[in-house]
Each structure stands twice: as structure tokens, then as C-alpha cells.
Ligand binder design. Structure first.
Ligand code: CMC
Length: 395
């Protein structure tokens, strides 16, 4: 049937209408609800940004305090989840663990799974945003064999996450404000990005009417791939391999390999389906990187220097210029996270934590639309026409 238009990779198909995030890929512009990302990253914290993404407007002081309080009161997870977590190998990839834990949340909140009720959808959204840091930190603590650290309500969202990640019962943990601000900014920069693969997955999954925990688990699974959220882990790995192989002296050879299509090697943290100009998140991430390294006395970090040198070579090379390949958010985020002490394997889980608010806002926008339909793409069939099944001895 020739009734359908084939559009592999959805290069030119809008799958929905949305009023949440706007990207102008040619200008390198990113807006959440109309506000430029560079202003939000400087003037707001992650929970204010989350409120904005979920509700359409920035909170005033009273709304901000109420929202912080609401999220804070939902940060604990059911004790039973610890036993579920214990079923995993200690060396399991955190994204494997997170896909399981997030999906498992639907088994605990039967009181809020009626997606036709706005109140239920709202409380599920709050629960997801609130519990994600707890789950990611639990997965990390489990992987290194340390006791879980319970959330502490007088800390900020990000401060609390840092404490759950790095505190031990043996000594007082004091949150470093520079690290807290940097990580909070990473969260803001990753909070939403319109109809990327994982968000489209959440929408498609949610369009069947399944519960939001199940739909977000699908988003986590999709984010894991190296072409999407897994790129931050892959980008840092690439830089570390390059450093081990000889650093700056090896860059020319490496770039030549990237340009050779038969090598199968891509410059990780470069290129984007929508941005054909500098990813505005990458700019902010590079600044944050510099700030954090300076504050921690790591300004001579060889990895950062190597990344800057690699970026310079690529931006001046015809291959990258012609294809409009620029650094994306993942090029520098790994260096920041590494400086903070977050292990490479956990990078994509941090991305999932931050993107949860975008996923859930996009899901809610879809479910709130009275005309939404189950997502059901069609196909251009290329297989055999109808034929009779031959008897076994005739095959
Ligand atoms: N290194 C080398 N060549 C590249 C790269 C790269 N990173 N990205 C694209 N190209 C080339 C590609 O080979 C193709 O060349 P040609 O036209 O000669 O065949 C051209 O540029 C267009 O690439 P494409 O793969 O058709 O573009 P796409 O829109 O399908 O893919 C992408 C976008 C992000 C998957 C891709 O750029 C990529 O694989 N980048 C590396 C992984 C990465 O950093 N991903 C993070 C994306 S941003 C955060 C997120 O979404 O999670």
C-alpha cells in the first residue's frame, strides 16, 4: 500500500503538538516554556525549572517553597525496594538497575494509577521527580557495597542527592556549594529536549494508557543507548582512551579515523539531529566545567585540556564543518561529573534523573489532550505476497 509516507528516523514527521520546549537548531537556541536555557541555568535552580516545565510558568516565592516542600516529602522510597535491588549483581550497569527500579515503582503506588484523574497524574509526577535521586544513589551505594543513605529534608534537591551518593555513617558530610550548583546546572540543562528518542518512547508507551512509572521506565531504557544518553559515558571513555594512548599528540590520528567511514568510529559528544550549530547546553557545560575545575584546584585537568584541543581541531576541519557537527551537551558533562566524583558508569543514570521531569511533563501533556490517540505507526510492507503453506515434505 502506498498510502503512507516513509520517514525513517522521523526526519520530517512531527509526532505531536507541544508547548513545553522549543529548539531552533540553526540558531542553537533552546527554550523551556519560552525562557532561554542560559537564563534559567543562571537565575533558577532545578526545582524551579521543574515547576516551570510541569506547570508552564515559573513559581513565585510561595509556590516555590510549597513545591520544594512537596517534592522533599516524597523523596523516600518503600523499604521493599531494597530487597528488589539486592537481586541484582553488584556489578550490574546502573541503567539496567534503574530501568528495573523505576518500573517497579508502579507496584507500590496503586493509590495514584488512574491516569484519567489529574490529581493522580500530578502525584505520580511529584513522586517520580522526588524519588529518582534516591533510586540512583541507592543503585550506586549498592554497587560499591556501602550502606544506603536516607534522604535528608533540610537539604536542597541536589544537595540531598550528593549526600545520598557520597555520605557514609562514619563521618559528617558537608555539601560543597560549588559542586551542588554545578550538578544542579547539569540537571537543568538535561531537564527536557522536546521529542528526542526517549521522550518519544515515553509518549508512545504512555499512549496505550499504561501507568506513568511504566512509561518512564521505557524512557530510561531508551536513554541508555550510546547514540542518546549513553553518549556522555562513551565521550568520557573516548577522552580517557585518547589520553592513555598519548593525549594531544594522538588527536590528528584519531580525527582521521573518525573521518574514515569504514572505521565505525564516531566523535562521541559531537553532532545532533536538531542542532546544526553549537548546542547551547554544550556552551554552558564548558563554562561549568571550567568553574568546577578551578574551584576544586583541577584547572590543569589533562582531560579538559584534551577535550578543548579536540574540539578546536574538529571545528576547523572540513569534515565537521560541512556536516555542521558541533559539540553537544555530552561532550563536557562527563568531565564535570568526573571532577565531582561521579563514576563514569553512572553518567547516563544522572541524565535519566534530570530528564524525568521532561518525560513526565510530556506524558502529562499528551494524556491531558482530550483528542490523544494510541500511537500506532504504519509501515511500507516489503515482504512476500500471500502464498499457501506447503506440506512439510515439500519445503
Ligand atoms: N562523528 C563523526 N561523524 C558524524 C558524527 C560524529 N559524532 N555525527 C554525525 N556524523 C556524520 C555522519 O557520519 C553523517 O555523515 P555522511 O553524511 O557523510 O553519511 C553525517 O554526519 C550526518 O549524521 P547522521 O548520523 O545521519 O545524523 P543523525 O541526525 O542521524 O545523528 C547523532 C545524530 C547524535 C546520533 C550523531 O551525530 C551521533 O552519533 N553523534 C555521536 C553520539 C552523541 O554524541 N550523541 C549525543 C546526542 S546529544 C544528547 C542526547 O541526545 O542524548
Amino acid at each position: 500500500t502506498g498510502m503512507f509516507t516513509l520517514d525513517p528516523g522521523f526526519m520530517s514527521t512531527a509526532a505531536c503538538s507541544s508547548s513545553i520546549t522549543y529548539i531552533d537548531g540553526d540558531k542553537g537556541e533552546l527554550l523551556y516554556r519560552g525562557y532561554p536555557i542560559d537564563q534559567l541555568a543562571v537565575k533558577c535552580d532545578f526545582l524551579e525549572t521543574s515547576y516551570l516545565i510541569l506547570n508552564g510558568e515559573l513559581p513565585n516565592a510561595k509556590q516555590k517553597a510549597e513545591f520544594n516542600d512537596l517534592v522533599t516529602r516524597h523523596t523516600m522510597v518503600n523499604e521493599q525496594l531494597q530487597f528488589f535491588l539486592r537481586g541484582f549483581r553488584r556489578d550490574a550497569h546502573p541503567m539496567a538497575v534503574l530501568t528495573g527500579l523505576v518500573g517497579a515503582l508502579s507496584a507500590f503506588y496503586h493509590d495514584s494509577l488512574d491516569i484519567t484523574q489529574p490529581k493522580h497524574r500530578e502525584i505520580s509526577a511529584i513522586r517520580l521527580v522526588a524519588k529518582m535521586p534516591t533510586l540512583v544513589a541507592m543503585a550506586y551505594k549498592y554497587s560499591i557495597g556501602q550502606p544506603y543513605v536516607y534522604p535528608k529534608n533540610d537539604l536542597s534537591y541536589t544537595g540531598n542527592f550528593l549526600r545520598m551518593m557520597f555520605a557514609t555513617p562514619c563521618e559528617e558530610y558537608v555539601v560543597n556549594p560549588v559542586i551542588e550548583r554545578a550538578l544542579d546546572r547539569i540537571f537543568i540543562l538535561h531537564a527536557d529536549h522536546e521529542q528526542n528518542a526517549s521522550t518519544s518512547t515515553v509518549r508512545l508507551c504512555g499512549s496505550s494508557g499504561t501507568n506513568p512509572f511504566a512509561a518512564i521506565a521505557a524512557g530510561v531504557a531508551c536513554l541508555w543507548g550510546p547514540a542518546h544518553g549513553g553518549a556522555n559515558e562513551a565521550a568520557l571513555q573516548m577522552l580517557e582512551d585518547l589520553l592513555a594512548a598519548g593525549g594531544v599528540d594522538k588527536l590528528g590520528e584519531f580525527v582521521a579515523k573518525v573521518k574514515d567511514k569504514n572505521s565505525g568510529v564516531r566523535l562521541m559528544g559531537f553532532g545532533h539531529r536538531v542542532y546544526k550549530n553549537y548546542d547551547p547546553r554544550a556552551k554552558l557545560m564548558q563554562e561549568t566545567c571550567r568553574e568546577v575545575l578551578e574551584a576544586l584546584g583541577l584547572q590543569d585537568d589533562p582531560l579538559f585540556k584534551l577535550a578543548m584541543a579536540l574540539e578546536k581541531i574538529a571545528l576547523e576541519d572540513d569534515y565537521f564543518v560541512q556536516r555542521k557537527l558541533y559539540p553537544n551537551v555530552d561532550f563536557y558533562s562527563g568531565i564535570v561529573q568526573r571532577a565531582i566524583g561521579i563514576p563514569t558508569q553512572l553518567f547516563t543514570a544522572i541524565f535519566a534523573l534530570a530528564r524525568t521531569v521532561g518525560w513526565i511533563a510530556q506524558w502529562d501533556e499528551m494524556i491531558s489532550d482530550p483528542d490523544y490517540k494510541i500511537g500506532r505507526p504504519r509501515q511500507l510492507f516489503t515482504g512476500s505476497p500471500s502464498r499457501d503453506v506447503p506440506d512439510l515434505d515439500k519445503r
